[in-house]
Unconditional design. Sequence first.
Length: 251
Amino acid sequence: MILAHLLKIPPLRIYLYEEELPKDIVRRFQKILEGRLKGIPLAYLLGEVEFFGHRFFVSPGVLIPRPETEILVEAVLETLPCGPARLCELGVGSGVISLTLALECPDFCVFGVESSSAALKVACKNRRYWNLEEKVFFIQGDWLAPLRKGPFFEAIVSNPPYIAPEEWPELPSEVRDHEPKGALLAEEHGLAFIRRTLEQAPDYLRPGGYVFLEIGYNQASLVASMAKGLGYRITFKRDFLGFKRVLVARK
């Protein structure tokens, strides 16, 4: 993966590569390898990831997109018609969810809220790269707080922090020591942001609007009880291991 990135070729081409490596490539390769040996995530060292078939920039200070989050995007695309619609993403990070939705459905208009200025810089860099300044709008603030209440959105989408404090010591050191804690950790056994979203979303959704949330692999029963208690009709999308990973809730 490192060599493919440096040589700007597909990873499988490495096995057929017969030329001598340029000295500058060797130096850069060794430097990245030293970073990996220290546990720095590969995505940070390369400065980019692939998500939903698209290339995005990442850097320390933003959560590295996971394959599970592609299931969140798939759930939105499968549920909403690909026509004019206004969506809101909470906790933008590097912007991959908002930007992918706009790339996949050009008629979508997406408003993303993010509290971290460092993350917003990366999200704006990705937005410029994909030329989506007129389709995706980023706002700095605390979850739904910067938005005026009203029936504005067809859907609210989020990959919120959902790691419980008691689970934190069990995470791989590569995650604990390098990825932003604020994008991962949530009080109430990991449910604080999920609860907050489900409670506040009706004040911002159009009638029949949806809430799409990525959740922890072991949270489905608690989230289902919470959502049903708030009057939502719900379904779940499963991840590659069969866990209920994405909540699809409709008021």
